[in-house]
Design a protein around this ligand. Structure first.
Ligand SMILES: [Zn+2]
Ligand SMILES: [Zn+2]
Length: 368
């Protein structure tokens, strides 16, 4: 499988003017045919609130009970010795990645010791895309200074001061009453860790388009930038080459907002993070390969997660040259009417669904 172009013997991604990129069958596909399977080409985080209850390797969750196998120093727990050993083996690919994850966890815990929370004066301003991109671009020079400092054998006084300043600024950027800032730190750290473990996954993500404005509060934008600079300053020198540029991080954050799905308890399928009420939202996941598929309310491919492995397979016959669709609605498209489906897709993904099912149903209701 060529991941960036998303091509195999069966499928390929293709650009169609007006419709953007979609995935098409190269030959006739039979029902239940596996198109793609991956165990590591994605980003994921477990929300801090649940970190003791969700296996860091396979996302196993046992009705809110804490798992006993803990790797406290990196803030991860496991449901079995097998999961722990697979996880530890994976991060051992890069010798210093473990050390980086320890620093990230220490950093996450340290910020709670601060007495004063950041000033929330800018809280209600929602920056537009241009402001977000400019802010990230402005931080690129500082980022380069940090990376140069990490690479130098003997950092001078100014360089040492820079590292301690960005770390202090990162620590100050915290939320007083919740753990969402730790989620933000862990999310940004997962971009760097994924770049170490699977650079092609990051490269693939950077080619994806975004469907909604990366809307966020000014305070959160500053928080993300301060957290990211602090995280880069924590990198062991051998990993400094894996620090993503500030504009790349801005792009991944935007792709993440448009394409990520929740990890839900009691469910092996992805669910829409905005509407699900049946189970607990344990974390979130960005699977770049999934983002190549467009949405239809009558999908022809299903996505299933079994532990940490994702499988995409056909649900029906798909003829050669036909586009293949997933659903972004996590199964709810079967019960919702056209208006509710469209509303949900507009809210979550910023588009009005024009799939065959919606088109037929809305024409039908016009006639009625
Ligand atoms: Zn497990
Ligand atoms: Zn539709």
């Amino acid at each position: 499988m060529d991941k960036t172009n998303y091509t195999s013997d069966d499928i390929e991604s293709r650009y169609t003017p007006g419709a953007g990129i979609g995935v098409f069958a190269k030959r006739q596909l039979q029902p239940k045919q596996t198109l793609y399977e991956t165990s590591d080409e994605y980003f994921s985080i477990i929300y801090r609130r649940y970190w003791k209850e969700v296996c860091g390797f396979c996302y196993n969750y046992d009705s809110g009970l804490d798992w006993k196998l803990k790797e406290n120093h990196i803030g991860v727990v496991f449901c079995s010795e097998e999961c722990r050993s697979k996880f530890m083996k994976r991060i051992a690919i890069a010798p210093d990645l473990h050390a980086f994850l320890i620093s990230v966890e220490e950093f996450s815990r340290k910020r709670k010791q601060l007495k004063t929370a950041p000033d929330p004066e800018d809280d209600d301003i929602i920056p537009d895309r241009r402001i977000i991109e400019e802010s990230w671009t402005d931080s690129q020079n500082t980022l380069l200074d940090i990376v140069n400092t990490l690479a130098s054998d003997k950092p001078n006084k100014a360089q040492r001061k820079l590292l301690s300043e960005v770390q202090a600024a990162g620590l100050r950027a915290y939320d007083e009453d919740s753990d969402t800032d730790i989620d933000s730190i862990k999310n940004l750290a997962s971009y760097i860790a994924t770049n170490v473990l699977s650079p092609s996954t990051v490269a693939h993500t950077l080619t994806l388009s975004t469907t909604i404005e990366p809307c966020t509060l000014s305070r959160l934008l500053d928080q993300q930038i301060n957290h990211y600079l602090a995280l880069v300053s924590l990198l062991p020198p051998s990993l400094s080459q894996y620090a993503l540029s500030a504009p790349s991080i801005a792009k991944i954050l935007a792709v993440d907002r448009s394409n990520s799905f929740g990890i839900w308890s009691g469910s092996s399928d992805l669910k829409c993070t905005h509407t699900e009420e049946r189970s607990e939202l344990l974390g979130s996941m960005l699977v770049p390969s999934l983002s190549r598929f467009n949405h239809s309310c009558s999908p022809t491919v299903s996505k299933q997660r079994s532990r940490h492995t994702w499988t995409f397979s056909t649900t029906d016959v798909v003829n050669a040259d036909q586009e293949i669709f997933i659903t972004y609605l996590g199964g709810d498209e079967k019960t919702l009417n056209v208006d509710d489906r469209r509303q949900r897709l507009v809210n979550g993904w910023g588009f009005i669904c024009g799939c065959v099912k919606c088109t037929n149903e809305s024409t039908q209701s016009d006639i009625d």
